[in-house]
Design a protein around this ligand. Structure first.
Ligand code: UFG
Length: 342
């Protein structure tokens, strides 16, 4: 049977690596494109151990449109290129405030180049890695896809909004191009094999990588950023989704694009459950039987009080829903942290 290739930009990254594995399990052949700007070659070894073969891989910067076009065309000659899943992007909110031009150049530039390469190669399905950050602090939670897109709080958030817009416009101008804009809530956890997970490169700014490193004694106690928010326990509320559930949604979205005459559709990907920082700490302690050292500190600038998903559209249209609990995610996150320490 002809191979069914799926291009995965940023496929050596956190969500990209788990999606490559899930694509393989669903019968696709993932083609990973990554320049290791925020990942390491070892990730490919982890993927290979899980799927039992060395994944197709190209070390390329996605802004190189002509190189990307050549790669796409070479796979089109070997089988069918079903679509592209575009993860490759810088993703640190705080860093984006310090280096806005680099974020615009990389995140928006790579999306423009990618659309050009897809056009030149006749690839018609695109899945874009977006974020619930496009909603800011929504007036109504759970937030659905019709909520207004608010002025971005950070250059990072702006790049997600800008890419969504340019993909929408590209779809309008090209009837054969279809896209899903997947708005992630807070991805956490790791593959249960602990062969892939979120790589700790530098000081973690996200909650779970910091929490697991603090629990392992590698960092100072976790600082809970603010306990005076207008929530039940005073700490911020988010929607934490297992990275493998998120990965499965990409496969569902790709299959949906193949089967439907869609143009450009946004989907929220979350569990629909809001959990506070204090609840996450408690759940981590209960799931893993260890104590998390933490202190309360001031609020972090730019944090919204509470956000969680109305993911009914993804369930209805894509036939997808989360299968894993918060405890599953926190157990897998801790298993991954212990593996890193070996
Ligand atoms: N938090 C702490 N201490 C820490 C780190 C985080 O208390 O050391 C808290 C934050 O204040 C927040 C929650 O944990 O309340 C989650 O914070 P993360 O940094 O893990 O995640 P965010 O919700 O801030 O950010 C995530 C993604 C971004 C995306 C954003 C959209 O990481 O890419 O959601 O809201 F833009």
């Amino acid at each position: 049977m002809a191979k069914r290739f799926v291009i995965v930009t940023g496929g050596a990254g956190y969500i990209g690596s788990h999606t490559a594995v899930t694509l393989h399990e669903a019968g696709f052949t993932p083609v990973i494109i990554d320049n290791f700007s925020n990942s390491k070659p070892e990730v490919l070894e982890g993927i290979a151990k899980i799927i039992g073969e060395i994944p197709e891989f190209h070390e390329v910067d996605c802004r190189s449109q002509s190189v990307m076009t050549d790669i796409f065309q070479s796979y089109a000659a070997q089988g069918e290129v079903i679509g592209v899943i575009h993860f490759a992007a810088y993703k640190a909110v705080g860093e984006s405030v310090k280096k806005p031009l680099e974020y615009f150049e990389n995140n928006i530039g790579s999306t423009v180049a990618l659309l050009g390469a897809m056009n030149a190669s006749g690839i018609s399905n695109l899945i874009f890695s977006s974020s619930c950050t496009v909603y800011g602090q929504p007036r109504k939670i759970p937030v659905n896809e019709n909520a207004p897109i608010l002025t971005a709080e950070s250059p990072y958030g702006f790049t997600k909004q800008a890419c969504e817009r340019l993909i929408k416009d590209a779809c309008k101008s090209n009837a054969s191009l279809s896209a899903c804009l997947l708005r992630y809530f807070n991805p956490i956890g790791a593959h249960p094999s602990a062969l892939i997970g979120e790589l700790p490169l530098g000081h973690p700014s996200n909650l779970i990588p910091y929490l697991t490193q603090a629990a392992a004694g590698l960092r100072e106690p976790l600082t809970v950023f603010g306990n005076d928010y207008p929530t039940d326990d005073g700490t911020c509320v988010r929607d934490y989704i297992h990275v493998l559930d998120l990965a499965a949604a990409h496969v569902a979205a790709l299959q949906w694009l193949e089967e439907n005459d869609a143009s450009c559709e946004a989907f929220n990907l979350g569990t629909g459950q809001g959990k506070s920082v204090s609840e996450v700490i408690q759940a981590f302690e209960d799931a893993n039987g260890i104590v998390v050292p933490y202190i309360y500190g001031p609020r972090r600038s730019g944090d919204v009080t509470a956000i969680f998903a109305d993911a009914a559209k993804a369930q209805r249209e894509l036939g997808w829903k989360c299968e894993r609990s918060l405890e599953d995610s926190l157990r897998d996150a801790w298993r991954w942290q212990k593996k890193l320490a070996e």
